[in-house]
Design a protein around this ligand. Structure first.
Ligand code: ADP
Ligand code: MG
Length: 694
């Protein structure tokens, strides 16, 4: 299937546009604009009102003004100063200022005694109004050529507004009329115009209100992006479901043994999630499910039950964690359960080498290992399973998209379960996981005492240390997380090592230990193990302990320079305590200059432990890219749509996409064909491959 001919001009080289040569194309490339298509989706972000005024007095200064003037006396440049031209509008006189004006250009442009229209920014200098380098100097009979409201585009070095506007106009000229891909009901309800019209309108704003996200033309173009993305996700989902998967019917033979051995009963939410997963696995289609749950909601056990289901059905299961520490910890917490069930569990990480690794791989290939826990080493090409039926990815957003795809290819028709440690706001989860089914653990195991959270100024360091000393005497344990001061890991490390030395001096040699990312792995493990065994009282750490680490006796979390962390990250860190019976405390220490916003963010954390609430707040305050880490998140980059503010629109797009595919799975109806054009227009290559030649 190839790109519809109508779209060819939009995908041609930028140099076809007026005023754009090879050099210009390189400049546009810096803005990630490679084709006329990219250009038409680069909308103005501001506008200048150029409507004619009687006088500069009608406008608040400094400001942009357009007035008709009579040209007065020229005062040529003296020395390095600018040339000045006196002008007079209907009510006052002011100066036009020109630096480096060449030859007789000024006298030609502004002959004394003539009328001209000038438009530009007027400022007051020592009480004298001045317009430096007017944007426009026009004859009175050229007045019509002046836009009433001029769009302002994002630029980069070497590009002017005028050059940009010219290129954009050229690109719009290449945009064809296209058949409608949006549901007629949605079009009618929103009162949208067709694509071509919406495009032209969005580039020709008439007032500030036309630049708003809610302006119909922009909203329609945003919808197109969201719809194309949701269509892609829906196609991925449909494609997966169409592919015949394995029927892995859990017998309960193994899991019942584990259940019998648990000192607690499962929460309702855990039971629900386990049932949803079991149903997916037992069905003949491939599972693609997201397990969302707040810190401490008990995802690990749900994951283990799913792994057992794969084993009960005669296959194998694998679980991937983003770090070595977490993989080891999963192994440790799952091993007793695995023993109870009588299944063989192993770990595979980058540390496995030589003969030992070869032995593990062999055992895996002949089915002697039932469950494999590990880091991304599990993705290595030479790792082969006897019969992998379920792949689980823990702490999802730390993995890149390609790794995620590699995982699915490890086994024939493998079911996948993705677990996120951080609750994700609905709008993001729609954009990121819209192709998956979702199970949510919205209930925490009973018997937890809430974590008491307090904000403390860094200046009160000594006080904090004294309290820590007292707590240690009571046999409590604490994490001390050092700030992300740094652009470089080196300086993060220095601060952690510094803090480690100071705390050790204050609290005693054996009481304090240090763990950070650059430590040799064995030392890291040793430090974690000693802390878990209660041999050390305080563990100074960088954010390596952020996700998943589980030491129930630790009941104090101190976070330095808390304002430098994201809210979700702080929530994760705090989630390391409050796991045992003891009342837990989290101290958020902040630096001297805490801005109002920073304080508000920390207060949100102080006031709630609801991860979903925190995630929504974080999103609203920081934006999607920051919350998930754009590069790794697999989050689409929209040029127009705004994930934070257009969540409802995205939900509509998802519904629209699903309905269209239900009615027309091959996209072969007229509207389906229009939707194909949209996918081409939006460069949804993956989706296009999936529809195939049909
Ligand atoms: P998550 O991975 O969702 O942050 P974990 O799976 O690490 O949470 O569970 C946190 C703690 O809660 C673990 O110590 C686990 O043994 C315990 N736990 C899990 N489910 C229950 C339950 N239903 N009742 C009591 N404790 C539970
Ligand atoms: Mg299945």
């Amino acid at each position: 299937m190839s790109r519809p001919q109508a779209l060819w001009p939009l995908f041609s080289d930028l140099t076809v546009l007026p005023g754009v040569g090879p050099k210009g194309a390189r400049i546009f490339a810096q803005m990630k604009i490679a084709t006329p298509r990219d250009l038409i989706f680069t909308l103005p972000h501001a506008g200048i009102d150029r409507r004619r005024q009687e006088s500069i007095r009608d406008v608040e200064l400094p400001g942009t003004v357009t007035v008709e003037v009579t040209v007065g006396r020229h005062r040529p440049a003296a020395g390095r100063g600018p040339a000045r031209v006196e002008v007079e509008d209907a009510r006052t006189s002011f100066l036009l200022i020109f630096f480096h004006a060449r030859g007789d250009w000024l006298t030609r442009m502004l002959p004394e005694g003539q009328r001209r229209i000038v438009s530009g920014r007027v400022e007051l200098f020592d009480g004298i109004a001045q317009m430096a380098h007017p944007d426009y100097i026009l004859h009175t009979n050229e007045a019509d050529t002046l836009p009433r409201y001029e769009p302002v585009y994002p630029l980069t070095n070497g590009l002017t507004q005028r050059g940009m506007a010219k290129a954009v106009a050229g690109a719009i000229g290449l945009a064809p009329e296209l058949p409608e891909w949006i549901d007629p009901g949605v079009i009618a309800a929103e009162g949208w115009s067709d694509w071509r019209r919406a495009l032209a309108t969005a580039h020709a704003p008439d007032a500030d209100s036309d630049l708003a996200t809610v302006a119909p033309a922009r909203r329609r173009l945003a919808y197109d992006e969201l719809f194309a993305h949701q269509l892609t996700l829906a196609l991925v989902r449909a494609d997966r479901r169409r592919k015949v998967g394995r029927v892995s019917r859990p017998s309960g033979r193994l899991s019942s043994r584990v259940r019998a051995g648990l000192p607690y009963s499962l929460t309702g939410a855990q039971e629900r999630a386990i049932a949803e997963i079991a149903e997916d696995m037992a069905s003949p289609h491939r599972m693609g499910r997201l397990l969302q749950g707040d810190v401490g909601s008990g995802k690990t056990l749900v994951a283990f039950m799913a792994l057992l289901a794969a084993v009960e059905a005669g296959g194998q299961g694998a679980m991937m964690a983003p770090t070595e520490i977490l993989a080891r910890q999963h192994l440790e917490s799952l091993t007793p359960l695995a023993e109870q069930a009588g299944v063989v569990i192993e770990i595979l990480t980058g540390r496995d080498k030589g003969a030992e690794r070869a032995a593990k791989l062999a055992a895996l290939q002949n089915g002697d290992i039932h469950i494999l826990v590990g880091t991304h080493a599990v993705f290595s090409d030479d790792v082969h399973f006897a019969d992998l039926r379920l792949a689980i990815v823990d702490e999802q957003h730390r993995f890149g998209v390609s790794q995620r795809l590699a995982l699915g290819q490890k086994g024939e028709r493998v079911d996948t379960l993705v677990m996120t440690a951080t609750p994700i706001p609905r709008s993001l989860s729609l954009a990121q996981y819209g192709h998956m089914d979702v199970s949510i653990l919205d209930e925490k195991p009973p018997g937890r005492t809430p974590v008491k959270t307090a904000l403390v100024a860094a200046a009160r360091y000594d006080e904090v240390v004294e309290r820590l000393r007292a707590a240690l005497k009571e046999g409590r344990q604490a994490y001390w997380v050092c700030p992300l001061v740094a652009e470089s890991e080196v300086s993060d490390l220095t601060s952690a090592e510094d803090r480690f030395r100071r705390l050790r001096a204050a609290l005693g040699e054996g009481q304090v230990d240090l763990v950070h990312g650059q430590m040799p792995p064995t030392e890291k493990d040793a430090a974690m193990a000693k802390f878990a065994a209660g041999e050390t009282g305080v563990l100074v750490a960088t954010t390596v302990i952020e996700v998943g680490v589980n030491v129930p006796n630790a009941s104090i979390m101190v976070i330095e320079r808390a304002e430098t962390f994201g809210l979700a990250q702080l929530h994760q860190l705090r989630g390391r305590v409050g796991r045992g019976a003891a009342a837990s405390t989290c101290l958020l220490m902040f630096g001297a200059e805490l801005s109002e916003t920073a304080r508000k963010r920390l207060e949100i954390l102080r006031d709630t432990e609801d991860g979903f609430h925190i995630a929504e707040a974080d999103l609203a305050m920081r934006g999607a890219g920051d919350v998930l880490g754009q590069a790794q998140s697999g989050l689409p980059r929209f040029r127009i749509a705004d994930l934070e503010r257009q969540a409802a629109l995205q939900a509509t797009a998802r519904r629209d996409a699903q309905r269209l595919l239900e009615a027309d799975p091959d996209l072969s109806s007229p509207r389906g064909m229009a939707a194909r054009t949209l996918l081409w227009l939006m460069e949804q290559d993956k989706a296009i491959q999936m529809i195939g030649a049909g």
